[in-house]
Every structure is written in structure tokens, then in C-alpha cells.
Design a protein around this ligand. Structure first.
Ligand SMILES: [Zn+2]
Length: 336
């Protein structure tokens, strides 16, 4: 009879004391593989048409909860004559299974590659379902730094955190790391449509990839831009984000910005840039005047580019102070 999750954890703890780390790791993996502890299926969400070749399952919520089962980031499909490429695979095996189910019903065309835009777990924890469906050889592309993070401690952190945040709704999700490194300038033709990769250094993380769907004028930006959600900037850079936005704008003919969270549309780039400029310039001003962090936050909250976003932005109250403080620290380091 299979062991329960609880008894596996208890035994893992005993083993950790009695024997060694290798046994502990093996037991913890068994906990994650235990099928009886798999989280429930995710209810189907519609596939939205963004452009002739770009389609999206949109997550309405900005953050993972037990109620939304972790569905908090968009899964994007780029469909051409040669097959479909998925940009970001969702936050769990169950979410990706839903996305695959929906894609097969919408257009029964095989997925021939997955691209992970960066290493935050809501953008790659679904990889497992795509390799289960289309085989372990299915190419999963990412920046080398993203691959290394997912294959290491960062990957484990995200898988475990997602389980915790969803009260185990994502249980059963295994880490399937990207195995193909790509970088700025990489192109992939799907016959009638071309994917082009952009990377301009640290923005939301050190290793973000943006995926341009050239013929459609669509830019899949991962979390470099967001629509009415505050980005997690703990791994990012404000000036780096401005630089990336400038380069993406200069080096593409983007009409529609497709973010990892929120709606796709022409407005996303302005929405994000103005909010970040309001935060960043308030911090620079505070530091130039010798004003401490509290004062910088007050400046930012008074800035119309910031205050006008408060009501419509998911996670505002919990995060605005944190992300102003990150900008303040970065501005302080830039100064000295
Ligand atoms: Zn992210």
C-alpha cells in the first residue's frame, strides 16, 4: 500500500537524522512523486486570440491561492504551419494539463517547443505536462542562467513555495528544467511566422527572454512588463527594465505587448513604464535630497504616475512599500 504524504514526510525527517542527505533527498522526491497526493485538476479556461498566430490562456488572478489552484500567470501559444510553440508553461502540472486539453480542443496541433521566459516558478512549473504529452525530447528553451536556476536550488524553492501558497493544490508537480540554451538574436521559423528572441541584460531577473512574434507585431515579454499587477522586483533592476523597454521598442515593430500577467494590448508598455518611472524618480529625488526611505515612499505615493495605479493594481497594498524600498536601494547603490 502506498505511503501517505504525511508518513513519507515523517520518515524523511527520521532518515535525515539517522542517515544522510542523499536518503533524505530521495525520500523528499518520493513525497513529490506520490500519486495519491496529487492536487486536483484545474477547471478549463478559454483560449483567447491575441493575433493571427498568438493565443493565450489568461490568468485573472495576480497571485497563487488555494482557491485559484495556482492559476496566476498566462500561458501563450504561438501557432504556425510547422507546429505550436508555448511561451511559459504555467505554475503547475495541473495548470499545464488544462492548457494542453484546451489547446487540443481549440486547434489539434502538436507543441514542438516550449520557451521559459525566466526562472520564477509560475512560468515553468508546467513543463512537466508538456514533456509528458510530447515526449522527453521536446525542446524546452531558456536563457542559460534560467536553466541553471531552475535545475538548482531556485527550482526547488519555487516548486515547494507554489505548493505552500496553494495549500498543496499543485502537489505532484516535478521540476523539468529547460535543456536548450538560447540568447538574444535566436530565431525560429514556424513556416508562416517567425519567433525572435530578445535579451538586454537584467530587467525583471538577470536572464529574461522576450519572444517577438515578428509577422504579428506581438512581443511576449514574460514579466518585464505587467498589466495592472506589481512585479516581483527582488531579482530585478529598475534602470535595467527601462533599458530593456527602450531596446524592445527600438528593435521591433511591436503593436501588442503580451505579458505574463494580465491582458495583452498596446497599452501595457506605457502602463508599466510610467509606474516604474514614478517609483524610480521618486527614489532618486529622495536620495539626492538625503531623504530616508520613508520619505521616498511618500514621494512615490504622491506621484500621479504611481497614485493613479493604486486602485486597479493587484497586490498593491502588500507590495508597493517593498518595491519602492528595492528601487531606493538600487538608486542608493547607483549613486555611490
Ligand atoms: Zn516573474
Amino acid at each position: 500500500m502506498p505511503l501517505s504524504r504525511r508518513s513519507l514526510i515523517a520518515r524523511a525527517a527520521q532518515l535525515g537524522v539517522a542517515t544522510g542527505v542523499a536518503e533524505l533527498v530521495a525520500m523528499l522526491e518520493a513525497v513529490h512523486a506520490a500519486p495519491q497526493d496529487r492536487g486536483p485538476p484545474v477547471p478549463s479556461k478559454p483560449i483567447l486570440t491575441i493575433s493571427p498566430h498568438v493565443f493565450m490562456i489568461e490568468a485573472r488572478d495576480g497571485f497563487p491561492t488555494p482557491e485559484n489552484l495556482g492559476l496566476m500567470s498566462n500561458v501563450i501559444f504561438v501557432a504556425g504551419q510547422r507546429g505550436t510553440v508555448v511561451v511559459d508553461s504555467g505554475a503547475s502540472v495541473q495548470i499545464a494539463e488544462m492548457a494542453i486539453r484546451q489547446w487540443k480542443a481549440f486547434r489539434n496541433q502538436p507543441v514542438i517547443a516550449v520557451i521559459n521566459t525566466h526562472y520564477h516558478g509560475d512560468h515553468w512549473l508546467g513543463n512537466q505536462a508538456f514533456t509528458a504529452e510530447w515526449g522527453p525530447e521536446l525542446p524546452i528553451y531558456a536563457h542559460a542562467g534560467t536553466r541553471e536556476a531552475i535545475a538548482g536550488a531556485v527550482g526547488i524553492f519555487w516548486r515547494d513555495a507554489m505548493e505552500r501558497w496553494t495549500n498543496d493544490a499543485t502537489a505532484g508537480t516535478r521540476i523539468v528544467a529547460p535543456q536548450k540554451d538560447i540568447d538574444h538574436g535566436f530565431e525560429m521559423s514556424l513556416g508562416d511566422v517567425t519567433l525572435r528572441i530578445h535579451h538586454y541584460g537584467k530587467a525583471h531577473t538577470p536572464n529574461d527572454l522576450c519572444v517577438e512574434v515578428v509577422e504579428d507585431g506581438v512581443m511576449c515579454v514574460g514579466d518585464v512588463l505587467m498589466d495592472r499587477r506589481i512585479a516581483n522586483m527582488e531579482d530585478g533592476s529598475y534602470p535595467g527594465t527601462f533599458e530593456t523597454i527602450d531596446m524592445l521598442t527600438a528593435n521591433s515593430r511591436t503593436k501588442i505587448w503580451a505579458p505574463g500577467h494580465g491582458d495583452a494590448g498596446p497599452q501595457v508598455v506605457t502602463w508599466q513604464r510610467e509606474l516604474f518611472e514614478g517609483i524610480w524618480q521618486s527614489c532618486v529625488k529622495a536620495i539626492e535630497e538625503g531623504v530616508p526611505l520613508d520619505g521616498a515612499l511618500a514621494y512615490a505615493l504622491k506621484d500621479p504616475r504611481v497614485s493613479s495605479r493604486a486602485a486597479e493594481t493587484k497586490g498593491w497594498d502588500r507590495n508597493i512599500g517593498k518595491y519602492v524600498s528595492i528601487a531606493y536601494l538600487e538608486a542608493e547603490q547607483a549613486q555611490f
